[in-house]
Design a protein around this ligand. Structure first.
Ligand code: IPE
Ligand code: IPE
Ligand code: MG
Length: 249
């Protein structure tokens, strides 16, 4: 009865002293292993993972999360066999179309973070349209990280800042942590409070390196297609018990 529980979280947040994260990041990992365990091709795991992405996104919106960032495809994932990459591209197209109408009902604002110029013109057009059509909504902001790598994001930020200095728009002394933050794909958004990584891997894999300076991490042994709304509820309870000090006492 996860849905009921979610309602309880939402409505009794004050009574139970449950602290919900404002921004959640999810590294959607483990699709390939999920498929292999079932004797299926890896692409079947990506299909199951994409389906779960829809479920978990709507759930986050329903319980009142303000920002959700999902890691869908990294700058390093191009190294995979060609047939896996093309299966993923096909899936992105299909799911973007379908998710568009889903997310409309929930008033979700869809944004893409990463270098989307590497995708096919058709996929880029869909990305543009999705962003444009959802920009004026008032619900949760969903960042889909596609061809995203935090090092690439930081290099781009450094280049832009350097050009601003060169052209006299900015002086070197004016450069601060806020300057860097405001040149990232996530400019204007709060840093993630919580990053969840299913699949049991204890690493960050080039995800939000700058933004995660004080993020709480929760790693689960489940594979992404098996990650349920109940798992999210228990991650939220665990997050709520954490004592975040941000370097203080
Ligand atoms: C995550 O699942 C999806 C992408 C990286 C595109 P994986 O495909 O990495 O699944 P595993 O980690 O190999 O099981
Ligand atoms: C991270 O998973 C990227 C995504 C989930 C999109 P990977 O499977 O690519 O990461 P590694 O290779 O295990 O570090
Ligand atoms: Mg993986």
């Amino acid at each position: 009865m996860s849905f009921l529980f979610s309602r309880r979280i939402k409505h009794s947040r004050k009574d139970d002293n449950l602290v919900l994260p404002e921004h959640i990041g999810i590294i959607m990992d483990g699709n390939g292993r999920w498929a292999s365990k079932r004797g299926l091709p890896r692409s079947a795991g990506h299909t199951a993972g994409a389906q779960n992405f829809r479920t978990i996104t709507r759930y986050c919106s329903d319980i009142g999360i303000r920002y959700l960032t999902v890691y869908a495809f990294s700058t390093e994932n191009w190294k995979r066999p060609e047939d896996e990459v093309s299966a993923l591209m096909k899936l992105f197209k299909q799911y973007l179309e379908e998710a568009l109408s889903d997310f409309k009902d929930d008033s979700i604002v869809v944004r893409f973070i990463g270098d989307t110029s590497a995708f096919s013109p058709e996929l880029q057009e869909l990305i543009e349209r999705t962003q444009r059509e959802s920009a004026d909504r008032e619900g949760m902001v969903l960042n889909i990280a596609m061809n995203y790598g935090s090092r690439d994001e930081l290099v781009r930020a450094v280049k832009t800042i350097a050009n601003e200095v060169k052209s006299g728009q900015l002086s070197v002394d004016e450069i601060s942590a806020d300057t860097v933050s405001s040149h990232l794909y996530t400019a204007g958004q709060p840093d993630p409070d919580l990053i969840i990584r299913p699949s049991g891997e204890y690493r960050i894999s080039n995800f939000m390196l700058w933004q995660a300076a004080y993020t709480e991490f929760i790693i689960l042994d489940k594979l992404w297609p098996d990650f349920s709304t109940e798992d999210l509820d228990s991650a939220l309870r665990e997050f709520s018990r954490r004592n975040r000090r941000f370097g203080g006492v």
